[in-house]
Design a binder for this molecule. Structure first.
Ligand SMILES: Cc1cc2nc3c(=O)[nH]c(=O)nc-3n(C[C@H](O)[C@H](O)[C@H](O)COP(=O)(O)OP(=O)(O)OC[C@H]3O[C@@H](n4cnc5c(N)ncnc54)[C@H](O)[C@@H]3O)c2cc1C
Length: 458
């Protein structure tokens, strides 16, 4: 095996000499492993990979790239690629891990490559929880910078709404600490503006006093799709904010790693995260449980440490396209249209067609304003499909009920980088583009949902 310290390329050798971590070049044994992430649809093709060991390595790596005007891509877990890195320097944050919890201020400080399960476990020791999402394996930073729509979203808002401090290395190689009082533009932009403004080396955010949930899933046979979808729509119209739920139409392949009851058929999966008691939860859930013949019911009192079981997202890498659209309303006509597009008998190729209910705290402006929009949306629709050349029929077909905006965290396929603008209101995007022009005028951080720097005016 060649190590980063013995590489021949002079530029790589220089960078290697500046880092505690490793530098990898194409052809080296670990290069292919390091560039691979969870979503295999994207194959990054950088000139070099810097496997950073600490924040100082991030500064060195960015300064190295900046001096050469090399584009920079960032990867933690690879759950959210929006485009393939084409040349340049890939900064792999996988080994930049660590969580510390302050139980008095109820905050967490996490390093740039940390995954949610690490925070969930550390916070649980104090009866606290983060605003993590459906999969405990996604990276804290990528998830939060895109908004972060979690299992308790209606009760507590987007994860980005809880961020209190950001340590970030910008495109000039300088380290900043952005808070509500310091580097305020950067603080606003990074919370929602994704990876456009630099490499986050640490994030600090508030935790919530949650140690358990009434949660899990209800699975209905595909034949009941119309009844369950209509029942869920009715049911979501009058829910307390401590109930966050989603519904997915699953068409999973007939392969071994898929549970028997889901294989090769259409199934409806309602996912529940309720902060109230199990007794109240059962009462609330009664109309839904009666919506059709249940094939599996996993609802139970669970510790937050088991919250990944609510959606049961895949844990092994796969190639897929993910698309999304915010819906302003889900009325009867919208459900009927969705049934035509994705119900039984539809020519639907999506592995999952998911609706998550919004409203509650995600519908309100946060205490510390940020670049996460969509406060007016009532639901988010997203689809996941295996690689294919077909247009996103379900998402496009629901456009009449859409706000015209997309949720960038649910946009992952090689063609989605250019869709960044559709993730924001025009005024938000314009402000992001102005801030981008100041902190990354040459758009070094471009292999992401890219915000193009606004032209600088005199
Ligand atoms: C199974 C699954 C479940 C999901 N569930 C949810 C959910 O419930 N709610 C939700 O909101 N999203 C969810 N997502 C989407 C996920 O939050 C985004 O894809 C997110 O970008 C993943 O971040 P990552 O670091 O894990 O992935 P990566 O692919 O490693 O990173 C994605 C992007 O994030 C940016 N980034 C990552 N780390 C840094 C850093 N340290 N500094 C600067 N930029 C950085 C970069 O631009 C990078 O291109 C899910 C995705 C999957 C695949």
């Amino acid at each position: 095996m060649t190590t980063g310290k013995s590489i021949a390329n002079p530029a790589a050798a220089e960078l290697s000499g500046r880092l505690r971590g490793r530098v990898l070049q194409p052809g080296e044994e670990d290069f292919a492993l390091e560039r691979e992430g969870f979503n295999l649809i994207t194959e990054h093709d950088p000139d070099l990979i810097a496997v950073v060991a600490d924040a100082a390595d991030v500064r060195e790596a960015v300064a190295f790239a900046a001096a050469r005007r090399m584009p920079i891509s960032v990867q933690a877990t690879g759950h959210g690629p929006s485009t393939a890195a084409d040349g340049g320097l890939l900064i792999s944050t996988r080994r930049l891990r660590g969580v510390s919890i302050d139980p008095v201020t109820r905050t967490a400080r996490v390093q740039g490559g940390t995954q949610w399960y690490e925070v969930i476990q550390a916070a649980a020791e104090y009866g606290l929880a983060p605003l993590s999402g459906s999969s405990p394996l996604t990276g804290v930073i990528g998830y939060t910078l895109g908004g972060g729509l979690g299992l308790m979203a209606r009760a507590y808002g987007y994860a980005a709404d809880k961020v209190t401090a950001i340590d970030i290395v910008t495109a000039d190689g300088r380290a900043h600490r952005a808070t509500a009082d310091h580097e305020r533009d950067l603080f606003w932009a990074v919370r929602g503006g994704k990876g456009n403004f630099g490499v986050v080396t640490a994030l600090e955010f508030e935790l919530v006093p949650v140690s358990r949930l009434y949660g899990g899933g209800l699975f209905f046979a595909g034949e009941a799709t119309a009844d369950v979808l209509h029942a869920w729509r009715h049911w979501t119209a009058s829910l307390p904010e401590d109930m966050t739920s989603s519904l997915a139409l699953l068409r999973l392949p007939d392969i071994e790693r898929v549970p028997d009851f889901l294989r090769g058929r259409l199934t409806v999966h309602v996912r529940i995260a309720y902060l109230g008691s199990a007794k109240d939860g059962e009462k609330l859930l009664a109309p839904l449980r009666a919506a059709g013949p249940l094939i599996v019911d996993t609802l139970a009192e669970i510790p937050y440490t088991r919250s990944g079981e609510i959606h049961n997202d895949p844990t092994e890498p796969i190639p897929y396209n993910e698309r999304s659209m915010m819906l302003r309303v889900l009325d009867e006509a919208a459900v009927d249209r969705l049934l035509e597009l994705a119900g039984p008998g539809a020519d639907c190729i999506d592995l999952t067609v998911e609706l998550r209910q919004l409203g509650g705290a995600v519908g309100r402006a946060p205490r510390l304003p940020n670049a996460v929009d969509h406060r007016d949306a009532a639901f988010v629709l997203s689809t996941v499909s295996l690689p294919d050349d077909r247009p996103p029929l379900v998402v496009d077909g629901m456009a009449p009920w859409g706000t015209g905006r997309r949720y960038l965290n649910f946009l992952a396929s090689p063609d989605t980088a250019s869709l960044a603008e559709s993730g924001y209101e025009p005024a938000t995007y314009a402000r992001l583009a102005r801030i981008k022009a100041h902190v990354d005028p040459h758009n070094l951080f471009r292999f992401n949902h890219n915000i193009a720097p606004a032209p600088l005016t005199a």
